[in-house]
Design a protein around this ligand. Structure first.
Ligand SMILES: Nc1nc2c(ncn2[C@@H]2O[C@H](COP(=O)(O)OP(=O)(O)OP(=O)(O)O)[C@@H](O)[C@H]2O)c(=O)[nH]1
Ligand SMILES: [Mg+2]
Length: 433
């Protein structure tokens, strides 16, 4: 879905006029993409009706072009369907119960959540109440070891017995995450068991863990369990490995159970707070538009950084330096580029700190104009001279040149693949391009 959606915005920004035909065209594209990625058909219809109505009826605000208007409408409508603001988990002492079908990712998610809270300074523990799978206890113990989170409770034939064995210890923790056994369907025995656990534990949060592969059936599951047990939210796992995440996420919106976290991989750090805005931005082809634009804007305001120099003109040591300076202000560069959908940033370039920049500036001050503009002419003898002149080591000069080369390679990739999107984005947000 993500890749296919990318062309939609390009179509809008590339069009010379926005008329009813374009609106209809765009709507058809969006419909096709959403349906292909398993989003509920009724929902898609409702969405396209809204977009059509608003695009044709509503006049854009002064200073807003028709194109911007159309993009905003699409964005807002998608946002409404997927549930608005980013999820804000409670940040006080509480107990979390995880429920769900076999293999949906409960146990893994328990450990991910535990790590999430422990990283934020909460004293966190986990308990397994899975008496169905003999290996379940051991699995959680292993994960606990990995995440450095204690696992409470003694193995027993009944979930309540396990909980009771942890009763005393439980009180010492800020966050207690309770894993439960899965079933292959939402049968009575699962519901009964969870009811008993809930009654005893009185968790503040009960999250249904759903794998993204199940797509639209997420809706049925969430609704049924919500009715039977009262859920406070859904966690969608395997959003990384399934093309159906859009289906599962929109299905939860239909079921009116909020998506709280999403699992994006097998590792314990692969857990994100669900953020509908970010999800839609990537759907529309510009991952994380909001934060990216903000960061780019701030950086542009604060420095001489000119995206134009970097993307259109020559890329040399002078532009490299400006880029380093600007990106330092943007915060971790890697994040910024990831938000643009470019994840292969050279680590070295990312980690260039303030100190390094100082050193680079001193080294560059010892270069001739020609060298700054055509760094490829800098060979061994020039390196020697520059090092001497700047009072730095030859190795440092080489390092600077190496980083420059990495940066140049990245820009090349950027020009090849993403530059159109970037330019459009810059234009769209009235950034100097
Ligand atoms: N790619 C990916 N794999 C995941 C994610 N979450 C869990 N998994 C994998 O899914 C498989 C099942 O995960 P578990 O955590 O054991 O699932 P469970 O719900 O506890 O399973 P049962 O206890 O048997 O019901 C494991 O191989 C996990 O590594 C995710 O977000 N992304
Ligand atoms: Mg499990």
């Amino acid at each position: 879905m993500l890749n296919k959606m990318k062309n939609v915005l390009a179509k809008i920004t590339g069009a010379s006029i926005v008329d009813e035909k374009l609106v209809m065209d765009i709507i058809k594209d969006i419909q096709r993409i959403l349906i292909q990625s398993d989003v509920n058909v009724a929902l898609v219809k409702q969405l396209s009706e809204e977009i059509k109505k608003k695009a044709i009826e509503e006049k854009p605000a002064p200073g807003i072009s028709l194109k911007e208007h159309l993009i905003r409408i699409i964005y807002d409508e998608l946002l409404e369907i997927l549930g608005g603001e980013a999820y804000k988990p409670r940040m006080d002492k509480h107990k979390i119960l995880l429920v769900g079908l076999y293999g949906s990712g409960k146990t893994t998610t328990a450990a991910k959540l535990a790590k999430f809270y422990s990283k934020r300074g909460f004293k966190t523990a986990m308990i397994s109440t899975d008496t169905w799978r003999p290996a379940a206890f051991e699995q959680l113990k292993q994960l606990g070891k990995q995440a450095k989170i204690p696992v409470l409770g003694d193995m027993a034939p009944d979930p309540i017995e396990i909980l009771k064995s942890a009763e005393k210890a439980l009180k010492e923790y800020d966050i207690v995450i309770v894993d439960s056994a899965g079933r292959d369907n939402l049968n009575k025995s699962l519901i009964e068991e969870i009811k008993r656990i809930k009654e005893w534990l009185k968790p503040e949060e009960t999250y249904l863990v759903i794998s993204a592969d199940i797509g639209q059936s997420a809706s049925k599951q969430a609704m049924e369990l919500n009715e039977a047990l009262g859920l406070t939210g859904v966690i969608v796992t395997k959003a990384d490995s399934s093309g159906k995440a859009g289906g599962a996420l929109s299905a939860c919106a239909v079921a009116k159970v909020p998506v709280t976290f999403i699992g994006t991989g097998e590792k314990l750090d692969d857990l994100e707070l669900f953020n509908a805005e970010r999800f839609i931005s990537s759907l529309l082809g510009f991952p994380d538009i909001g934060s990216l634009v903000k960061k780019v804007r701030e950086a542009v305001e604060e420095s001489e950084f000119s995206a134009e120099d970097i993307l259109k003109g020559d890329y040399n040591l002078k532009t490299f330096y400006k880029q380093l300076e600007a990106t330092r202000k943007m915060g971790p560069l890697k994040k910024v580029f990831e938000m643009m959908g470019l994840s292969q940033m050279p680590e070295e370039l990312v980690e260039t700190g303030e100190k390094k920049l100082e050193v680079y500036k001193i080294i560059m001050d010892s270069m001739t104009r020609e060298e700054l503009e055509h760094p490829e002419i800098i060979k061994a003898s020039r390196i020697k001279r520059i090092a001497k002149g700047s009072g730095r080591k030859e190795e440092e000069v080489r390092e600077l040149l190496r980083q420059f080369e990495n940066g140049r390679k990245m820009i090349k990739r950027f020009k090849k693949g993403k530059v159109r999107g970037l330019q459009n984005m810059m234009k769209h947000f009235k950034l100097p391009m």
